[in-house]
Design a protein around this ligand. Structure first.
Ligand SMILES: Cc1ncc(COP(=O)(O)O)c(C=O)c1O
Length: 432
């Protein structure tokens, strides 16, 4: 398997041999090995990217679906972002003090998402969910934070549990969770823990769990119940912020306002950024001198000028495209339907899930039906087949992890055709 891939990626093979000697598992983010190493190969080492295309060190080109963990909605190497970064670089990188771009970025984000009455910048999404949950605990003086099963909120202890099916508790990372899109599962959780809950954290669209959109009454139900019991609702919009519309998917697309919210990825224009913010009375606790000031709001690299200027340029560019989001979402919806039609036609046990421009393809042991939860997908998924599928796509020049990724404003119909052809090849070779 993958003989053609191995022949054309020999420089990557040499680098991989070196990488596995230095890094645990050869990588610095576990998702970045996806499939290939388990199929007797290795990931390509990437040197450059433009728009929807990335190139590896051997000169191979790929249609990129991963798009920097969904961050590059403008496409790689966007000219405005690049110009802003170059110009900041002339002045130095980071001074650990205040800078003008941080004010500008804060104002732009606040004006796009007015529910962020006060906000703070940090360097990663993981940090932002850590600080948001910490603030919720300080504010409510309660300890428990509940999350949806299958949700990934980053690598911090407050939210680092029940991520992958079968959601078993480890001695260190266990916690309270419920099934996404399942009101009765949420209610059962609430019944048991309502007196101890500081917050419920949830992505409006369940990202890592399959890009699943909320059933119409799911988020309003969570909002109503959390409000009723004095529990803070945190929307983790690190994927969905500026992805489904210009601003918050939770508030604008699904009409539900959380108490706190986190952002990252897209808002940093490809640089490292985390944002947390929301209600003024909660965010007050992050102030210097406030009780939470000791636990919230550190970070040597917070409001790093390079991230601030990239964020400003990206938000400006997205603002110009704000009326084009529906077209982008439509492109994703149509592509997902095409894939599901292909799987049905070929009687292939695959499913394309996702929302708008976010697309996951999963190989299944058995078919599943709506309403989709991460639990149902997790139970049915055939990981071995999915690894092979993903690896064949890579060989066919389509770069994705985790069952594909997301399209950007720079993806063209011909990128989608190339991807569709690659998926047809994969279906054919796996359908034995
Ligand atoms: C929804 C969500 N929350 C939090 C995070 C963590 O962000 P970061 O990787 O920047 O720490 C991620 C990253 O994939 C995410 O998708």
């Amino acid at each position: 398997m993958l003989e053609r891939y191995k022949k054309t990626t020999q420089k990557s093979a040499i680098l991989w041999d070196r990488a596995v000697k230095v890094f645990s598992g050869g990588v610095n983010h576990n998702i970045r090995t996806f499939g290939l190493d388990r199929c007797g190969a290795y990931p390509p080492f990437i040197v450059s990217g433009d728009g929807s295309c990335i190139r590896d060190i051997d000169g191979n080109e790929f249609v990129d679906w991963w798009m920097t963990h969904y961050a590059q909605i403008l496409g790689h190497n966007n000219p405005a972002v690049k110009k802003a970064l170059k110009s900041q670089l002339e002045n130095g990188v980071h001074f650990g003090g205040l800078n003008e771009p941080l004010v500008i970025l804060g104002e732009k984000i606040q004006s796009a998402i007015p529910l962020l009455k006060k906000l703070r910048f940090c360097s990663t999404g993981s940090e932002s969910t850590m600080y948001a949950t910490r603030l919720a605990r300080l504010f409510t003086k309660k300890k428990v934070v509940a999350k949806a099963r299958g949700g990934w909120h980053g690598g911090n202890d407050a939210v680092g549990f029940h991520i992958s099916y079968p959601y078993s508790d480890s001695p260190f990372y266990d916690g309270v969770s419920f099934d996404y899109n399942d009101k009765s599962s949420f209610d059962q959780m609430l019944d048991k823990h309502k007196n101890d809950l500081a917050a419920v954290i949830i992505e409006p669209v369940l990202g890592a769990g399959g890009g699943i959109a909320p059933e119409t009454d799911f988020l309003p139900h969570i909002r109503e119940q959390t409000e009723k019991h004095g529990i803070l609702l945190i929307f983790d919009e690190i994927i969905t912020g500026f992805r489904l519309c210009f601003g918050s998917a939770g508030a604008e697309v699904y009409g539900v306002k959380p108490d706190l919210m986190t952002l990252g990825k897209i808002a940093g224009g490809g640089m490292h950024l985390g944002v947390y913010g929301g209600r003024e009375d909660v965010m007050e606790l992050a102030k210097p001198g406030a009780e939470g000031g000791r636990w919230v709001g550190g970070g040597t690299f917070s409001s790093h000028p390079m991230a601030m200027v990239a964020g400003v340029a990206a938000i400006d560019e997205l603002h110009k495209r704000k009326d084009n989001y529906s077209k982008l979402n439509q492109m994703g919806d149509t592509f997902r339907s095409r894939l599901n039609n292909l799987f049905n036609e070929k009687e292939f046990l695959g499913i394309a899930t996702g929302t708008g421009s976010i697309i996951f393809v999963s190989m299944l042991k058995k078919m599943i039906e709506a309403p989709l939860t991460a639990q149902k997908i997790g139970e049915a998924i055939d990981h071995d087949l999915l690894d092979k599928f993903q690896s064949i796509l890579m060989e066919e020049g389509v770069f994705g992890y985790h069952g594909l990724g997301a399209i950007s404003f720079s993806h063209s119909e011909s990128d989608l055709s190339k991807t569709f052809d690659a998926i047809e090849v994969a279906v054919k070779s796996l359908d034995t």
